[in-house]
Design a protein around this ligand. Structure first.
Ligand SMILES: [Zn+2]
Ligand SMILES: [Zn+2]
Length: 415
């Protein structure tokens, strides 16, 4: 499909702004579209869980409470895989096609936006300046302590919120069954299913994803230095860099997310866990699977490199918003506004459609009120109309049967 508004690449410069499907859909290995796990994935899933436990142990320390909590969650999700999908022993993909692992790292290295490198540069520069000015009162230890406190305050605050959401789901578990039974999720949630187990599985998915996601931030706090003296300047620089980074977020996300569904190794080891649990706020941690969050926060998201106060504020806003933007079972807390459900199609993606790959928002549509558009006036065009990138790159149709079904369910149950 010829993309509208496509611009020719200038010697590869800013290559990802060209909206060229050949660039966004580039694969070195075979294309294998995936949205769910099968029992034949058991050994790959087991290896992925073992790697997640290893990341937790090496990052937090093998006996750190965060690592131990993570091991328990790893064991729980592995048992859940066996219970929910079964076991079939086949040669793992990572053994059959080890080259796909190399390709995966190549994709990861080629995709980051320029502002990611600027954020890393600011952190390195701050550390060089601290090293060359040892007599200035940087209060590095105090900053590290504040950072660690903020990291765990963030985790506990979101976990309390997630736990409140858990109780709302448990209280209305028959409604969860009734609604999901009318959608593609009926293969998972039916009259014989233990819905309580599905709800706890979603909760554990969210908790484990969150612990793994925070590991890069923990490592930066442990090994990098932040200066109290430089705080005002670094704070302003971080905010500036983040605003600029957000302008290109949808293009980065489309490419990374497309790989998460079309490169089989990325689905099995990175993104698949985000789609293995019911489409609820319980699962959400800034749109990541277990290991996916760890890799993204190391190789593409600049947030872990920011001053701890900026990192705390942005991570908390990001994770809380993502939790609220994944409550696709209507009538259950935290309820998404109906106008948002009409304008956001990430729900369509969680109800069985592989598209949209991008953020999937479209405010510029017929029938949207000027007041609603005004509420998005300060949101960058690339985010508030991110759905247009999917329409250009893969022919995504905004008016589609899955979205219509979701809206029907929301109109019926969202009271
Ligand atoms: Zn996805
Ligand atoms: Zn999602």
């Amino acid at each position: 499909m010829e993309p509208t508004g496509a611009k020719p690449c200038k010697r590869g410069k800013d290559i990802m702004t060209s909206n060229d499907p050949a660039v966004f859909h580039k694969l070195y290995g075979p294309k294998k579209p995936r949205v769910i796990y099968y029992k034949r994935d058991f050994l790959d899933y087991t290896l992925m869980i073992a790697l997640s436990a290893l990341v937790l142990g090496l990052s937090y320390g093998p006996l750190h409470p965060a690592a131990i909590a993570g091991y328990v969650l790893c064991a729980f999700t592995l048992v859940m895989f066996v219970t929910r999908h079964g076991v079939e022993l086949t040669i793992p993909l990572i053994v059959r096609r080890p080259q796909d692992l190399l390709y995966m790292f190549v994709y990861k290295l080629l995709n980051p936006r320029p502002m990611y490198f600027v954020a890393l540069g600011v952190l390195l520069l701050e550390n060089v300046l601290i090293a060359y000015t040892p007599n200035l009162p940087h209060r590095v230890d105090l900053m590290r302590k504040i950072g660690m406190i903020l990291l765990f305050v963030h985790f506990f605050a979101i976990t309390v919120y997630r736990t409140v959401i858990l109780f709302h789901h448990l209280r209305k578990k028959e409604l969860v069954r009734e609604i999901l039974g009318q959608t593609a999720w009926k293969r998972v949630v039916n009259e014989k299913t233990n819905v309580t187990v599905e709800i706890f599985h979603a909760y554990a998915t969210g908790l484990l994803t969150h612990l793994v996601l925070l590991a890069p931030w923990f490592l930066v706090l442990r090994y990098a230095k932040f200066s109290l003296l430089f705080l005002p300047v670094v704070f302003a620089l971080n905010v500036f860099v983040h605003v600029k980074w957000l302008l290109k977020y949808n293009q980065w996300f489309y490419r990374d997310h497309w790989l998460g569904h079309n490169s089989e190794i990325e689905f099995l080891y990175l993104h698949g866990t985000h789609h293995d649990a019911i489409p609820s706020a319980l699962i959400a941690v800034a749109e990541n699977g277990f290991l996916e969050g760890f890799l993204r926060y190391l190789t593409a998201f600049p947030v872990a490199f920011y001053n701890p106060i900026v990192a705390f504020l942005i991570t908390t806003i990001d994770v809380k918003k993502d939790v609220e933007m994944h409550q696709y079972i209507p009538g259950i807390y935290p309820k998404i506004a109906m106008g948002m459900m009409e304008s956001l199609q990430h729900s369509t993606h969680h109800y069985g459609s592989i598209e949209p790959y991008g953020v999937g928002v479209k405010i510029d549509r017929p029938g949207v009120s000027e007041a609603f558009k005004k509420a998005f006036a300060r949101i960058p065009e690339g985010l508030k109309n991110s759905g247009k990138l999917d329409e250009e790159l893969n022919g995504f149709k905004w008016d589609n049967p899955t979205h219509r079904l979701i809206l029907t369910l929301f109109r019926k149950y969202h009271v």
